[in-house]
Write a protein that binds this ligand. Structure first.
Ligand SMILES: *Cc1c(COP(=O)(O)O)cnc(C)c1O
Length: 591
């Protein structure tokens, strides 16, 4: 049997599930009936991503927001019955964080796709200068209208293994791009759109260009066909942070997988005078459609990026949204009952006034249930000392949950330990924080260690501040549901969008935040804004906002007013279906 036959016979994991929407109905709802029939099982939207974060039901573990976005897009497509195929590597392992004496160490677990419900449909082959044949296994999972194609080879290694300009990283990118494209073609799939989630996936589009040329189409026509149907979604604010390779690396691994000299010659023209190629430059050249992921980020991208000729490029904007998986069922029911969202998960025309019908009792009930669910999960997790965590029902809970990278500034919360202790004890409050330093980020590992030691030596903080080990989707879910006030303090201009804060707003929490990423889509601020010219001023602002949040949470009238204002301002942004609508409009011109 070949790949095509096996592909037809895949088990549909959603075959017996009840609620399935009709994609044509969604297209009608968003005024795009013209797209009816454009996306089909054989001509789907194809989404390339080096990271997909959907561990519970797909068995794919990611690292951060980029992977959560990919996971959410696949989940929303599933719910809307949108024909979508995801192409991603299957990493052969994952690391898990554990603390020893407050020092981070990493455990390692080997992963095999067959053990995570993926079915093998065959293999495809790559070439390098060193090896004439590198077999790559193709595994697929089918969930309704969505296929997840993963490419596996035992040496593919960990997600984000090694440096972004390393041979190994290029290899992982070649695997998903070139082997992924071959898998699509072998399965009889002709992409209607190739969507690149970051420039690292550009080889999917390059493979398509090569394939069209191989069918006898002239290079220029092939390029314009690919350009017009390719989307490049950028998440990176600093072009310098992206993958950069030299010609030797491309000769070793990339050109060996291209059949047409015209394509190789074209790629060669994208190298700069320094003899290096940036994948973002290649992505800009091969995709006529491109976007940033919040208004601020799209504007900064348009200012920062240049094409190969040095001309500025325009980025459209599609602010990230989140899938229903991040919103508590009770809250989704409430939003539906109040007619604030429709069956497709889009805000209704009069959602803002509908939201005014939510009562304080309904809000408090949701929070009480959320706290219980959180404690249920945290019973099986470990704090910094290895103990399970339980937060009393009547305590106010602050939470901070994100990767520990310096621009997100978790350290600011701990700038003045006495001040923090005072806020927590005065308000019967606790702080849960979680997040992993990047493997090998020794500065951040030390910073986490030092802060945990300092917490230990302060009796109030020791009782009221809990670090949760091994941040993952489950911990995220727990804190989203159980917290009362979320803290989000990236350096303004450095968070592409961020989505944790959306999940927090949808969980009826008070948001304390800098005006950055997607938070800045709405002006003037409806959240408790952290601002200041210097770090010290911002820290001062943070503490007074935390105190203010406690006062709001304790008062029924202010609490109801504040949470409803936040949801009124952000519901259209939070809606994952709104994001899908925006991507459809970006991918297909509205004639
Ligand atoms: C939502 C989520 C993210 C994205 O968080 P931001 O820091 O807001 O970008 C990352 N990891 C997990 C587990 C999440 O649930």
């Amino acid at each position: 049997m070949d790949i095509k036959d096996r592909f037809k016979m895949l088990t549909d994991e959603l075959a017996n599930s009840k609620r399935r929407l009709d994609f044509d109905g969604f297209l009608a709802r968003i005024g795009r009936h013209d797209l009816s029939g454009k996306l089909t099982a054989n001509t789907p939207w194809v989404y390339f991503s080096q990271e997909v974060y959907r561990e519970k039901d797909l068995g794919l573990k990611g690292d951060g927001g980029l992977g959560v976005l990919a996971g959410d897009i696949s989940k929303i497509a599933e719910d809307l019955a949108m024909p979508l195929t995801v192409v991603t590597p299957f990493y052969s392992g994952k690391s898990r964080q554990a603390l020893f004496n407050y020092w981070e160490s990493d455990g390692y677990e080997t992963l095999i796709p067959g053990e995570h419900g993926f079915e093998k449909v065959g293999k495809v082959k790559l070439k390098s200068l060193a090896y004439s044949e590198i077999p790559i296994a193709v595994y697929v999972k089918r969930r309704g209208s969505v296929n997840i194609i993963t490419l596996y080879e035992p040496n593919i290694g960990l997600l984000y293994y090694s440096e972004s300009n390393s041979d190994h990283r290029l290899y992982q990118e070649v695997v998903s791009g070139f082997a992924g494209y071959q898998a699509l073609i072998s399965a009889g799939i002709e992409p209607a759109i190739i969507h690149m989630n970051e420039a690292a996936t550009v080889f999917g589009a390059v493979a398509r260009l090569d394939d069209i040329c191989s069918h006898g189409v002239g290079f220029d026509d092939a390029l314009s066909a690919v350009r017009d149907t390719a989307i490049y979604t950028n998440h990176t604010l600093l072009p310098a942070a992206e993958g950069v390779f030299d010609i030797k690396q491309f000769e070793q691994l990339v050109f060996t997988n291209l059949k047409n000299d015209a394509v190789i010659d074209w790629v060669k023209t994208k190298f700069g005078n320094d003899g290096k190629i940036r994948l973002s430059t290649l992505a800009l050249e091969i995709a006529a459609r491109r976007n940033g992921v919040s208004l601020l980020h799209s504007r900064l991208s348009s200012q920062n990026y240049r094409d190969r000729a040095g001309n500025s490029v325009e980025f459209s904007n599609v602010t990230n949204g989140v899938a229903g998986r991040w919103i508590d069922d009770g809250m989704l029911d409430l939003l539906t009952d109040k007619s604030a969202i429709d069956e497709y998960g889009l805000p209704t025309d009069d959602f803002a006034s509908r939201l005014n019908n939510i009562s304080i009792d309904e809000l408090r009930d949701i929070k009480a249930a959320g706290r219980q669910k959180m404690n249920q999960i945290l019973k099986y997790r470990q704090d910094q000392r290895g103990n399970p965590i339980h937060i009393p029902e009547d305590a106010i809970l602050f939470d901070y949950k994100r990767r520990l990278v310096s621009y997100k500034r978790f350290d600011m919360i701990f700038k003045d330990l006495n001040r923090l202790a005072d806020i927590l004890s005065r308000n019967n409050a606790h702080l849960l924080f979680t997040g992993r330093p990047h493997i090998g980020d020794s500065n951040m590992i030390k910073e986490l260690h030092d802060i945990l030691v300092a917490i230990d030596s302060n009796p109030t903080l020791k009782e009221r501040v809990h670090y949760i080990q091994n941040y993952d989707e489950e911990v995220a879910e727990a804190l989203i549901l159980g917290g009362n006030c979320a803290v989000n303090i990236p350096i303004v201009g450095q968070e592409a969008c961020g989505t944790s804060w959306m999940k927090d707003i949808a969980a009826c929490k008070i948001l304390v935040s800098t005006t950055d990423g997607g938070v800045a889509d709405v002006t003037p601020p409806v959240y408790l804004e952290v601002n200041g010219v210097t770090y010290e001023q911002e820290a001062e602002s943070l503490y007074s906002r935390m105190q203010q949040a406690c006062e709001i949470i304790k008062d029924d009238i202010s609490y109801r007013e504040q949470t409803i204002h936040q949801i009124q301002a952000y519901l259209p942004i939070i809606s994952g279906s709104r994001m899908i609508r925006d991507y459809l409009n970006l991918g297909f011109d509205n004639n």
